[in-house]
Design a binder for this molecule. Structure first.
Ligand SMILES: *Cc1c(COP(=O)(O)O)cnc(C)c1O
Length: 443
């Protein structure tokens, strides 16, 4: 079993997270249950902050809240000194409700609606990362109506695309995000932003992908951004105060995943930016990044109760859990891989190879293929690791399955941060038109 963060096997032979016995968690809060190792989230935040402090540059680390956006998480990253990325009105609302300082909120997205832009302006958020010309125009007009100015960064497509292990430098224009560097649209965007009466253009933004295990793509992106900054200064006289190189730092889901240390990514990025800007005779800008997955991914564990078993002799043993694609759609969506163990019999030897099925009505609702476990029994607790990012935030109510609760575990205490959905929650938005109502009294 891959034990990390505060996870360990306790004297009862059970998995413990944050000093809390996972069997007790399952009994107290029910399953499926997302358990977040709070100390590990805080450690990841600190790793980024410390690495930047060591680099000597001005910096900002913004948590990409789409990975896991709930109020308690917003509080936690604020305490750790991070800023916050949002990509929708719902994420913005969550952050504001959590009391996250508006001036540290960055608004992203390729199709922010007028309502979303207005909501951001009215909340006086710190930054809009402008993705396209329509948005730029709309934002400027909305700001004018309000008599305010706002800071913007321009999202550019740097011509580097990360495919987790490799980077291709052709065809990269073919994405829905941002202003293209190669075809001149990024330069036009800079000119328009400089002319826009209500927008203060402070920098440039690039995000090359996700679950990246190498520094090469970030280095190339940093260089392209620096080269562009040099072109911009030559053509317009303007200099960027900020360069934001996005997120995408990989984490270990399964054996064989080899992420770098946080400090290695940060050093590669800060070195590349410093070198290339300096070589162009430009001021070294502030360097901003936006980790999501690597802040919260490996701190999350999902606990399930094992239910039914279907054995097809000579072929496969399916072991079903009380959740699945509704709480973790990543295996079905991206063929994502996870490791798991029996939480209640954590030090027993593996004896059989089984495949973990969810309970939704889809053959594709499989969480893990070919997992070695002790001989499983009905009622065992299965712990699936590294489910902190893009699990709760992507969960659905398919089959009207209620979304699980989330707890933070730390120093022997577990606290609820999202309560389990209720049956009432499930039907709370349903409306039955008068003509379809069941007559309770027939006269
Ligand atoms: C998704 C996203 C991130 C975070 O990506 P991770 O892979 O979770 O680190 C950062 N910036 C932008 C613009 C994103 O879209």
């Amino acid at each position: 079993m891959y034990l990390h963060g505060t996870s360990k096997i306790n004297e009862h032979g059970r998995l413990e997270i944050g000093g809390v016995d996972t069997l007790e968690l399952a009994q107290r809060f029910g399953t499926p249950l997302y358990v977040v190792d709070e100390a590990l989230v805080r450690r990841r935040c600190k790793e980024y902050m410390d690495a930047f402090r060591a680099s000597g540059v001005s910096f900002d680390v913004s948590y990409a809240s789409k990975a896991f956006c709930v109020k308690a998480m917003c509080r936690l990253v604020e305490e750790e000194g991070l800023s916050l990325d949002v990509v929708s009105d719902g994420e913005l609302y969550t952050a504001l409700e959590a009391g996250f300082p508006a001036e540290r909120i960055h608004f992203h997205g390729n199709n922010k609606t007028a309502e979303e832009l207005a909501m951001g302006l009215d909340a006086r958020i710190g930054f809009f990362v402008v993705d396209n010309f329509i948005e730029m125009h709309l934002l400027n007009e909305l700001a004018k109506e309000r008599g305010v100015r706002t800071n913007v960064l321009l999202r550019i497509t740097p011509g580097v695309e990360a495919h987790t292990h490799e980077y291709i430098s052709t065809g990269q224009e073919d994405v829905k995000f941002g202003f293209d560097l190669g075809n001149g649209s990024a330069m036009k965007a800079v000119r328009d932003a400089l002319e826009a009466t209500q927008l203060d253009l402070i920098g440039i933004h690039s995000h090359i992908g996700s679950q990246i295990f190498e520094v090469e793509g970030f280095r190339v992106a940093a260089e392209k951004v620096a080269d562009f900054a040099a072109d911009v200064r030559r053509e317009t006289g303007a200099e960027f105060r900020v360069v934001n190189l996005g997120g995408g730092f990989g984490i270990r889901y399964v054996e064989g995943d080899k992420p770098l240390m946080v400090a290695d990514y940060v050093k590669a990025i800060t070195d590349a930016v410093k070198e290339r800007f300096t070589s162009h005779g430009l001021q070294v800008p502030e360097i901003w990044i936006e980790p999501g997955r690597s802040i919260v991914g490996d701190a999350g564990t999902t606990l399930y109760t094992i239910g039914t078993v279907k054995e097809i002799p000579g072929i496969r043993k399916y072991v079903a859990v009380d959740g699945g694609m509704t709480d973790n759609p990543r295996p079905a969506l991206y063929d994502a891989k996870y490791e798991a163990a029996l939480a209640n019999r954590a030090n027993e030897e593996a004896e059989e190879v089984v495949s973990i099925a969810g309970k939704a009505c889809e053959s594709g609702d499989m969480l893990i293929w070919d997992l070695a476990l002790p001989r499983v029994r009905h009622g065992d607790i299965l712990a699936v690791f590294c489910t902190g990012a893009y699990n709760y935030s992507m969960a659905s109510n398919y089959n009207r399955i209620r979304r699980p609760a989330v707890v933070f575990a730390k120093d022997g205490k577990a606290e609820l941060v999202v309560r389990r959905e209720t049956y009432e929650d499930l039907v709370s938005n349903d409306v039955v038109p008068e003509r379809l109502r069941k007559m309770s009294v027939v006269k």
